[in-house]
Design a protein around this ligand. Structure first.
Ligand SMILES: Cc1cc2nc3c(=O)[nH]c(=O)nc-3n(C[C@H](O)[C@H](O)[C@H](O)COP(=O)(O)OP(=O)(O)OC[C@H]3O[C@@H](n4cnc5c(N)ncnc54)[C@H](O)[C@@H]3O)c2cc1C
Length: 444
């Protein structure tokens, strides 16, 4: 059996649907598949925080009604992800997007060493998809990107224990809610334990972003709970989710191919989210893709190159800056990181957040304020001299990588030289090993 479409997308979660929708609205045929059944997609992560500003900017109909919408909190809508996806499937279908669920990507089809389609499997039947562009929106599975030939012009690395966090979310209810207990927004940064809004205003999600494995994350959670003597809580349920934590591949496009979302590690490491950044990338990518589709030419790497230029010079440069900085954050001692958090919180996580607040960019004003507070911490002796040295080096490396990304080459012929220089800077990012009471852990 054979099917045809202009754009074929693997993954019907937040990345796949937003990109597919934007391309379909420009008059092209789009087929999106997902290995899960229609009503099962997104179940891995029930509660999601959508930034209202992103939704408004990108004309995404925001969640407004229960049970999908839960409540607003600091510029975000606390909502149910599976229900958001179900609602959006109908919106996309009314704009002409086609879906196949319970349908798994198997392999790519090549002609003259270039992608011309893919094979998928549904109900034990193989279907050949003939298409002009294959998009990997399969999340951490990265099933299309990692199946590409090594020399196809895009990196094929997998996610493993070294480049992701293993997040365990405990949906909890305090047994004595009037007793003093951690509040939403409280974090134990050395352990990466945080408290987020839960289903209702009296519940919470206690999360841990653990390095190495879920087992390690569980050990660290137990250690912190007993050390801090949290009051008793009822566990409603636990969710296990990976969080992509690495630099993005140096190119997001190749002949007949584009990747975005978690499959390309488009995540904001400090804000622990990925959807707004990916949607903004997809918004720009859809324009480039649509323009290329209208030419009737093959969608070569060159034709798609502008996606790279726009991403790496814009959001990509900001995310690279932050990801480089995180290495030094993991190297701080528990006292140092706790002290800095108290000092820096009002800058990076203000009590009131406006809906029109810039989301990604660390503004000059914020960096300056943070710099002054760090300087004060050094003068007071709250940050050790070794850490000061590391911090200075990290800021310098972050600045270098951002500057380099902002010079992402317009001409694909200049890419190799750019890539080698980027590699040289990234190689200076070292991974930290942290010591805990019961174990040690290597951070990504
Ligand atoms: C605990 C946690 C909380 C988070 N909270 C937020 C938040 O509040 N806000 C935010 O912006 N971000 C958040 N993030 C990050 C965000 O969840 C991800 O960045 C985002 O969901 C990635 O979306 P995606 O569509 O790229 O991938 P996914 O959501 O992983 O979707 C990939 C889809 O591809 C399908 N698929 C995989 N393999 C195949 C195959 N072989 N064939 C067919 N289909 C396949 C899967 O079934 C899946 O539906 C959080 C992450 C974690 C871990």
């Amino acid at each position: 059996m054979t099917r045809k479409c202009d754009v074929f997308i693997v993954g019907a979660a937040t990345t796949g649907i937003y990109l597919g929708w934007q391309i379909a609205k420009q008059g092209h045929s789009v087929l999106i598949i997902d290995k899960n059944a229609r009503n099962q997609v997104g179940q891995r992560l029930e509660i999601i925080h959508f930034h209202r500003k992103t939704m408004k900017d990108l004309n995404i109909p925001p969640p407004t009604e229960s049970p999908e919408f839960l409540f607003n909190y600091k510029g975000i809508s606390v909502s149910r992800l599976p229900l958001f996806l179900q609602r959006m499937y109908k919106v996309l279908e009314s704009d002409g997007v086609e879906f196949e669920f319970s349908c798994r990507f198997k392999e790519l089809i090549f002609e003259n060493n270039r992608i011309i389609g893919a094979k998928v499997e549904k109900d034990n039947t193989e279907i050949e998809i003939k298409t002009r562009l294959v998009v990997d929106a399969s999340g951490i599975a990265s099933c299309v990107r990692t199946s590409l030939p090594e020399d196809y012009g895009i990196e094929t690395w997998n996610f493993d224990s070294s480049n992701q966090f293993f997040v365990i979310l405990h949906y909890i209810k305090w047994i004595k809610s009037d007793e003093k207990h951690p509040e939403w927004g409280d974090i134990w940064p050395y352990y990466f334990v945080f408290f987020d809004p839960g289903y209702t205003k009296t519940e919470a999600i206690m999360g841990i972003a653990g390095p190495e494995s879920y087992e390690k994350a569980a050990i660290l959670t137990e250690e912190l709970i007993s050390r801090e003597k949290f009051p008793e809580f009822e566990l409603i349920k636990k969710e296990y989710n990976p969080f992509a934590f690495s630099r993005t591949p140096y190119s997001l496009v190749a002949d007949g191919f584009f990747c975005a979302g978690d499959s390309a590690s488009i995540t904001n490491p400090l804000a622990a989210r990925g959807i707004p950044e990916t949607w903004r990338l997809c918004n720009e990518a859809a324009d480039v893709i649509s323009k290329a589709l209208k030419t009737n030419e093959y969608l070569s790497r060159e034709a798609l190159w502008d996606v790279n230029v726009r991403y790496f010079r814009g959001i990509g440069a900001e995310l690279a800056y932050i990801y480089m900085l995180t290495a030094v954050i993991f190297q701080l001692s528990e006292n140092e990181i706790n002290f800095l958090l108290i000092k820096l919180r009002s800058i990076f996580d203000p009590e009131q957040v406006n809906d029109d607040e810039e989301e990604i960019k660390l503004s000059f004003g914020k960096i300056l304020k943070a710099g002054l507070k760090i300087l004060w911490s050094i003068i007071c002796g709250k940050i050790g001299i070794r850490s000061v040295g590391r911090l200075l080096k990290a800021f310098s490396r972050s600045g270098k990588i951002k500057k380099h990304y902002k010079k992402f080459p317009e001409n694909p012929n200049d890419f190799e030289k750019w890539r080698m220089k980027a590699e040289e800077i990234w190689n200076q990012r070292t991974r930290a090993t942290k010591l805990f009471q019961s174990t040690s852990a290597v951070y990504p």
